[in-house]
Design a protein around this ligand. Structure first.
Ligand SMILES: Cc1cc2nc3c(=O)[nH]c(=O)nc-3n(C[C@H](O)[C@H](O)[C@H](O)COP(=O)(O)OP(=O)(O)OC[C@H]3O[C@@H](n4cnc5c(N)ncnc54)[C@H](O)[C@@H]3O)c2cc1C
Length: 383
């Protein structure tokens, strides 16, 4: 009998994935617990260091191609045990992903081993107060000054923004209008002119910040990829990590299902338990089916990404859209099944209910995923 979720015996996976799944599951069960929520910056620092020591952050960097299946397995396993541990792991990857994919040998040597060891915390800074979903219209500027760039602007909702040692920053260099006039930079967290303007409190506590950049000076060697190609750098990085957001949602949903099964087996109802009730059983069946459908979409998208041929945007968008939306529904069903306990602060399903919400918004809101899927379908039909 297989459990719901990603079955590592599926043909999408190789031996190394099965080994990783087993190793990380036993490490996470022994080392991770609930977040205290009072100092999430310190908690994330400690988690990054712990994950680095255990060797798992090596999965978040690469000389060119990242192994998306490994990232997906890691995220679904970590999120099952701790949303903050998943966040700490994921941000090392998203924050440094553009360096892995587009960095020169020198840039990779300078930054990546410290990200993998957990000595450096990474961040990805695209969103601005006036625009999130439409990244092509960002207005932070990087103006050429001799061999340097001077950067001015504001970034918001930046995960790890206040604690990052290395930030992938997107700014307008003006080679063309819109998307073609943006470049990606590597910004060290201690660069003069970079300030934390605000720490943002989210419903599920994570380190989030608004940053201001005033006369920040970076050498042209800090550019990732070519000038004017920053939008491409961002989209390729986001497409790759999008699948893993789905995987994090999958871990949350699986945890909710497990909690719901344990609760309904123990909760008395009439002469039996909640689990004996046909309505409960129908709900559990629906939850498990939604989870397995997400797992299959994630496995397919991660496998396609690792194969490396063709355009995998549609598969990645479907995986993120379905897994995050369905995880929200599954978790809501688990909350309902728990009755009053479901909305009691500190219960596992209550914290999952808060954790899942942002995943339907960041790294491309669900509506944006639908646009990506539909445009791709229509393009295919027109061809
Ligand atoms: C917890 C959290 C962590 C984050 N971390 C980072 C980070 O590390 N780095 C970073 O750069 N950003 C980060 N973000 C920002 C995130 O990427 C943006 O919030 C997201 O892109 C949406 O942008 P916005 O908030 O400006 O909403 P808007 O772009 O104003 O969109 C508002 C809503 O409009 C709808 N919408 C948007 N586009 C379309 C469309 N094309 N068609 C139909 N409807 C649409 C969606 O429902 C969307 O939620 C984070 C956000 C959160 C909540």
């Amino acid at each position: 009998m297989t459990k719901p979720g990603m079955d590592l015996d599926w043909p999408f996976f190789d031996t190394r994935h099965r080994m990783l799944g087993r190793e990380l599951e036993s490490w996470a069960a022994a080392n991770l617990g609930p977040s205290h929520g009072d100092d999430v910056e310190a908690e994330v620092r400690a988690l990054v260091s712990k994950l680095g020591h255990a060797g798992f952050l090596g999965l978040t960097i690469a000389d060119g191609a990242l192994d998306v299946r490994s990232l997906a397995i890691a995220r679904s396993t970590l999120s099952y045990h701790s949303g903050l541990a998943d966040f700490a792991f994921a941000m090392q990857g998203l924050g440094s992903g553009a360096i892995s994919l587009f960095g020169t040998a020198r840039q990779r040597a300078q930054y990546l081993s410290q990200v993998a060891s957990g000595q450096s915390i990474a961040a990805f800074a695209m969103t601005e107060p006036a625009t999130g979903s439409d990244a092509a219209i960002i207005s932070t500027t990087a103006t050429r000054d001799g061999d340097d760039y001077i950067i001015n602007g504001e970034k918001t909702y930046i995960s790890n923004g206040a604690i990052a040692d290395v930030i992938t920053l997107f700014a307008r260099t003006g080679e063309a209008d819109g998307a073609r006039g943006i470049s990606a930079f590597i910004l060290p967290g201690d660069t003069p002119g970079l300030e934390v303007a605000e720490r943002i409190e989210a419903i599920a506590p994570h380190p989030l910040a608004r940053l201001t950049l005033t006369g920040v000076r970076l050498p042209s060697s800090a550019i990732l990829g070519a000038p004017g190609e920053g939008f491409k750098v961002a989209m390729q990085t986001l497409t790759l990590f999008r699948v893993t957001v789905g995987a994090a949602a999958l871990g949350f949903a699986l945890r909710a299902l497990d909690e719901a099964i344990v609760f309904s087996n123990n909760r008395k109802l009439g002469l039996g338990t909640l689990a004996d009730n046909a309505v409960t059983q129908a709900n559990l069946a629906e939850m498990a089916t939604a989870i397995d459908a997400s797992a299959l979409l994630i496995a397919r998208a991660a496998w396609a990404q690792d194969k490396g041929d063709g355009d995998n945007r549609r598969a990645a968008a479907m995986a993120k859209l379905h897994a995050t939306e369905e995880a929200q529904r599954v978790i809501d069903m688990a909350v309902q099944l728990h009755g009053g306990m479901g909305v009691t602060k500190g219960s596992m399903v209550e914290s999952l209910y808060r954790e899942i919400r942002a995943l339907r918004i960041y790294e491309g809101a669900s509506e944006v995923q639908r646009v990506i899927i539909a445009r791709d379908l229509l393009k295919e039909h027109a061809a």
